[in-house]
Design a protein around this ligand. Structure first.
Ligand SMILES: O=C(O)CCC(=O)C(=O)O
Length: 193
């Protein structure tokens, strides 16, 4: 585990290295790169259209209606390996995860801006399990009131569980890291009401 990860995370964030073994996580990274219909949708920010700075894929049960930045996400099919991870996480955390958002950061130029996963459809205190595959990337958390920031390196095969008031009190982001040349895929398992 990196030095940064020994420091405390704020309430509602829990990090578990090696939820999936190193070798399996990298094999899964390659499999998902090749097998999923990745897209780079446009979103509107301050009235201007931009392609998101990463690739994305959304998978959900048919009844799920979910989106962000005013855009509904079209779902693609569950791959068997993703259904198996979902079943394991449902058992482990007792949550009926019915949706999975995947982000592919092709290298350190691809990013995710500051935000909270606080859409109404996720309910009051959502539990989101975030699985990392591939290159290690810095993940930042910022207190909405004090602006204090926390950093953690998300390593391949790790699980980051966000629950309780994590989405009310904090924002999170994945900053640019120009020295990172390898790709990373992040899976976030969610329960959409
Ligand atoms: O890639 C990550 O670890 C962050 C993903 C994220 O912030 C999200 O899906 O809401």
């Amino acid at each position: 585990m990196s030095k940064l990860n020994k420091e405390c995370l704020p309430e509602g964030f829990h990090y578990f290295p090696q939820g999936i073994s190193f070798d399996k996580s990298l094999a899964l990274y390659e499999h998902l790169c090749a097998q999923l219909p990745w897209q780079q949708p446009e979103i509107r920010v301050y009235g201007k259209s931009h392609r998101i700075p990463r690739l994305q894929c959304f998978i959900a049960e048919q009844s799920v209606n979910y989106g962000y930045s005013g855009k509904r996400l079209e779902s693609c099919d569950w791959l068997p390996v993703l259904s198996a991870i979902r079943a394991r996480l449902q058992q482990q955390y007792g949550q009926p995860f019915n949706a999975l958002l995947l982000n592919w950061y092709r290298d350190g130029q691809d990013t995710m801006g500051w935000h909270s996963d606080d859409e109404q459809e996720l309910g009051k205190d959502p539990m989101i399990v975030s699985v990392s595959l591939g290159a290690s990337r810095l993940f930042k958390i910022r207190d909405k009131v004090t602006r204090q920031t926390y950093s953690i390196v998300l390593e391949t095969g790790s699980f980051l569980v966000m629950s309780g008031r994590s989405q009310h009190d904090f924002e999170h982001s994945l900053p640019k890291q120009v020295k990172v040349s390898q790709g990373r895929i992040n899976l976030t398992f969610r329960t959409v009401g």
